[in-house]
Design a protein around this ligand. Structure first.
Ligand code: GDP
Length: 218
């Protein structure tokens, strides 16, 4: 898949650090421990792409992975040709960190909401939720305030390998029903969708990849 070309591009801790390229961005967001890093690594077929940036102190930052402008076969540290970047996968800070408090928390909440609401390059959101307990309060509030952008949200229901066939199809059905219940003032549904995903079993990989590339116009 094209996503296998993914390379670490940049960490941003302030809006001014965001890449100044006019290429589509697909952002991954979710509660910490939902399986976001594993999903990014699985989609990009790399063991440490998203974990590498999860070292303490960098969890609150926005990490950009570029697709295009470098080849997997090249040395990891060769610079990416910025003019040839075709899309960015964006790893947003996981929410629900109890240990972060005060100004640090306020800083990243503002960075996260500013990015999500005002970023023109942002094409859509991948909302990562554990298939066993989707729609935790923070997921719901994120979904509701991002909806105003009119941009798509695709839910990855992770760790689907922990559910049997009946349970997982039931989980997907329930999530679809909830997503369809969101309608705008004209009675139209929001561009929300969902699928099952497992990083360990690699299920849902094709569907998620197709969604991302399609959203990015690739
Ligand atoms: P993040 O905090 O959202 O980035 O979550 P991680 O990707 O670090 O995953 C959190 C925990 O869930 C880790 O122990 C992973 O090994 C585990 N995990 C992630 N994805 C899966 C999956 O698809 N299946 C199973 N069984 N475990 C998973």
């Amino acid at each position: 898949s094209k996503l296998w070309q993914a390379r670490f591009f940049r960490t941003a801790n302030h809006l001014r650090d965001l890449p100044r390229l006019n290429v589509p961005e697909i952002a991954f967001v979710g509660r910490s421990n939902a399986g976001k890093s594993s999903a990014i690594n699985t989609l990009c077929n790399q063991k440490n792409l998203a974990y590498a940036s999860r070292t303490p102190g960098r969890t609150q930052h926005i990490n950009f992975f570029s697709i295009g402008g470098a080849h997997v076969a090249q040395h990891r540290h060769d610079p990416v040709d910025e003019n040839k970047v075709e899309l960015f996968l964006v790893d947003l800070p996981g929410y629900g960190y109890a240990q972060i408090s005060g100004t640090a928390k306020e800083h990243w909440q503002k960075l996260l909401s500013d990015y999500l609401i005002t970023r023109p390059q942002l094409s859509g959101l991948i909302l990562v939720m554990d298939s066993r307990h989707p729609f935790q309060p923070l997921d719901v509030s994120l979904l509701e305030w991002f909806a105003v952008t009119g941009k798509p949200i695709h839910c990855l229901l992770t760790k689907a390998d922990k559910l049997n066939r009946r349970e997982s199809s039931e989980a997907l059905k329930q999530v679809d029903t909830i997503l369809r219940s969101y309608i705008d003032e004209n009675g139209h549904p929001f561009p929300f969708s969902a699928q099952l995903f497992s990083s360990t079993k690699r299920t849902g990989l094709k569907e998620a990849t197709a969604f991302i590339l399609n959203l990015a116009g690739q």
